[in-house]
Design a protein. Structure first.
Length: 217
């Protein structure tokens, strides 16, 4: 098996889940879906510690969304839910950066979210986290902007559990080693502007990341 610590270099897809926390769905005026709401982000949107989040020139409202990312270890298709956790290789802390103005425009027209979600630098991530460091039923996710707490949630509030998501997604997309599933964001999403700094982490000191925000030149 490839070294999962290098998943950014060889993982082939990022599968993201929308509206997987009731309070987040409510804050944006959205209903909680009956099935997981899926979209894809390109792997070219990855950035790591030491790089900057770039606000696109056509974006006037960039939002932060902190999420637990699941790194697939053993790939598969049609994975039964009871066996899903055996396919988890580890985790990462991720930010699903979103051009909210472009997303709202796309939603009004019935268009996909690919542009709003897929710009370069729109998936900042932490280092690889070993599977034994995360309790899927009780893991705190937090995010600050310029030191002010904006998001402070817990994986126990997910609508669809991680094992359910893995099983559901694998019935649509074959999951491969190094793929990442972004499992949704808790409430508190909001705007960031060039010159600000995002700090995010997982409770208990598991991991912490910092990303400056800059304007596209």
């Amino acid at each position: 098996m490839p070294d999962l610590r290098q998943f950014v270099k060889f993982g082939r897809k990022i599968v993201a889940v929308g509206r997987n926390y009731k309070a987040h769905a409510a804050e944006l005026g959205n209903a909680v879906p009956e099935d997981p709401l899926l979209f894809l982000k390109p792997t070219t949107s990855y950035i790591e510690q030491g790089q900057s989040i770039v606000v696109p020139s056509r974006c006037s409202e960039l939002h932060h969304e902190v999420e637990l990312g699941v790194v697939i270890g053993h790939g598969g298709k049609d994975i039964p839910e009871p066996q899903a956790t055996s396919h988890i290789g580890g985790y990462t802390l991720a930010l699903d950066m979103t051009a909210r103005d472009l997303q709202n425009e796309a939603k009004k027209k019935g268009y996909p979210w690919s542009v709003a979600k897929g710009y370069d630098t729109f998936c900042p991530i932490s280092r690889f986290i070993s599977a034994d460091k995360i309790d899927l039923g009780d893991t705190r996710l937090w995010l600050k902007v310029d030191g002010e707490m904006k998001q402070d949630g817990n994986t126990k509030d997910m609508v669809f559990s991680v094992p359910y998501l893995i099983s559901f997604i694998s019935r649509i997309f074959t999951l491969e080693t190094g793929d990442v599933i972004l499992t949704g964001t808790p409430e508190g999403v909001g705007p960031v502007k060039p010159g600000q700094t995002i700090t995010a982490g997982i409770g208990g000191g598991v991991v912490e990341v910092t990303f400056p925000v800059v304007q596209h030149k």
